[in-house]
Design a protein around this ligand. Sequence first.
Ligand code: ZN
Length: 140
Amino acid sequence: MLNRKDPTHMADKLTKSDDEWRATLSPDQFRVLRQKGTERAFTGAYWNAHDEAMYMCAGCGAKLFASDTKFDSGSGWPSFTAPADAAAVETETDTSHGMTRVEVTCAKCGGHLGHVFDDGPDPTGLRYCINSASIKLEPK
Ligand SMILES: [Zn+2]
């Protein structure tokens, strides 16, 4: 059965309970994706990765970022100038921890990925600052 309430968006969403997520994610992935945690800088798997690759959502496998938009930001987190597809991620203002930032989430499963800042390089001027725990590298 198709979801008739909102066929353009809701039918594509993946929703699972915390217990279901806990069963499929590692503790680090669960803490970041589902509880909006942040891994410590320079500790993740991909901050210094230079492989030709597609980075998929660690929660649902959606294609999120391509390696040709990845750059060395010096922040200690994987950084990208743009998502692989504008529809792959969603953004929302986040005022937690006494800061106003823009949170980036996976459009499909709602998993927390990181934040986007406007101090990135050309061509977008954006810096998508993403936790390694939120993504999974798939070599090209
Ligand atoms: Zn996802």
